[in-house]
Design a protein around this ligand. Sequence first.
Ligand code: COA
Length: 260
Amino acid sequence: MNQVFNTDILKGKVAFVTGGGTGITGGVARAFAEHGAKLAITSRKEENLAAMKKVVEDGGGECLTVAADVRDFEAVQAAVAQTIEHYGKIDIVINGAAGNFLCAADQLSPNGFGTVVDIDTKGTFNVCRASFDALKESKGQILNISATLHYLATPMQIHVSAAKAGVDAITRNLSVEWGRHGIRVNGIAPGPIEDTEGMKRLLMPEIKEKLTKKIPLQRFGRIEDIENAALFLASDAASYINGVTLVVDGGSWLLGTSLM
Ligand code: COA
């Protein structure tokens, strides 16, 4: 249980979370439930959803699960409709669904590049677009999870860098276009976060120790660090924050600390 914020700061809110079954976004979803939000989580994988539903319900929370691929706009629309039918509204949308693998640009196929852009960037747009009416109604907000990979350049990650740059652009554009409807749109850019599926796959253990010394705060991020940032941005304490992507990386990208 996260101890930084009062447990009722999201009381009465409904959060629709993509990629909310596992990893960083799974942690954020669980933290939101612990702080009073009712959840609707989506993922392509039914088994990831069932495990998170159990965690949330064992903790006394509510969790609707809807299997959907964010690349499929009709499936996203159906998931949004199901959430509204179940809870009556959506207050917070979290775009966490993402695809990732390491591949050098000269080995990557156009379809490999496009697949990650479709999941991360087009998927984020699809979910925002499908939720617009509901968010306008609730004067809600969107939280997009991106990355710091594209601030400089990250070898073997051209596809993810391009995709996440697109996500940051969506955050800025929608904050300007939808602010007048009372919808806040922000993002979080996590740096290297330990104990995630992505990091286990992307980071060879032998370089983790070496890399830790290059991080200004001398440690990897924890999922809890991202949970805290998300809780803050979703709370009323951030009610005048719009169009920001909050970097949560211990200061790493400023030094160009590369994972590769
Ligand atoms: N290296 C190079 N190319 C790869 C690859 C890899 N490791 N994995 C997939 N690709 C390419 C495929 O070859 C294919 O291109 P092609 O048709 O030209 O051969 C393209 O990407 C699509 O692959 P496919 O497996 O059909 O896509 P998918 O929709 O089933 O899976 C991925 C999406 C590729 C992102 C997959 O890695 C995935 O689902 N990952 C789980 C979620 C995840 O990554 N989460 C992120 C945690 S940080």
